[in-house]
Write a new protein. Structure first.
Length: 198
């Protein structure tokens, strides 16, 4: 854990405790997930930190209970994270977590990805939000030209990529790359797809 969070392990622990109690009580985290929060959720998201350039501005689309945005913000204080979440209950929770943990590099925006200013971020990330084509349509317009969307995806990502090529191209996506992070740290490494905005 220290390998991922360094001297900010206590912040990660505080976030874990908040997810296990407050987020679970409010129904953002399923009861079966509470025992697997570290491996399947927090560390799984935090290892994606290596996919972002130093000092990058990153939007987390459909942030939910703050995954992957909050673990990224803890692991990489140099990143500027904007958590975009349309639902009031969840965006309220995100603001509470930001305050509790004192995360100065986090901004919470209640709204939908499609309503945000275009071309504003170096990168856009997400986890379990939508099929790849739809996700590209929401994410890529928010990224500056030459920036990228970096989405957490499951084992079927290459099939999604093949199936949704037309939608990705229409959204301005080029040079898709599928890769894994967290090897040697997690039993199940995290699969990411990076798609550059031309």
């Amino acid at each position: 854990m220290r390998t991922v969070f360094g001297d900010r392990v206590k912040l990660a622990q505080a976030y874990h405790d908040s997810l296990a109690t407050v987020a679970a009580e409010r129904g953002f985290i399923g009861p079966k997930e509470v025992d697997r929060l570290w491996e399947r959720h927090i560390l799984n998201c935090a290892v994606a930190a290596e996919a972002f350039d130093e000092g990058a501005s990153v939007a987390d689309v459909g942030s939910g209970a703050g995954l992957p945005g909050i673990p990224l913000a803890i692991a990489r204080p140099d990143l500027q994270l904007t958590l975009i979440e349309p639902l009031l209950k969840r965006s309220t929770y995100l603001k509470e977590v930001k305050e509790q943990l004192g995360l100065d590099n986090v901004t919470v925006v209640r709204g939908r990805a499609e309503e945000q200013k275009r071309g504003r971020f170096d990168a856009v990330t997400s986890r379990a939000v939508a099929p790849l084509g739809k996700l590209a349509g929401w994410s890529l317009p928010l990224v500056r030209h030459g920036g990228a969307m970096v989405a957490m995806k499951g084992a079927s990502v290459s099939e999604e990529l093949e199936r949704d090529q037309a939608q990705i191209r229409k959204a301005g996506g080029v040079d898709a790359e599928i890769f894994q992070v967290g090897e040697g740290l997690l039993a199940q490494p995290t699969t990411l797809i990076r798609i550059v905005r031309k």
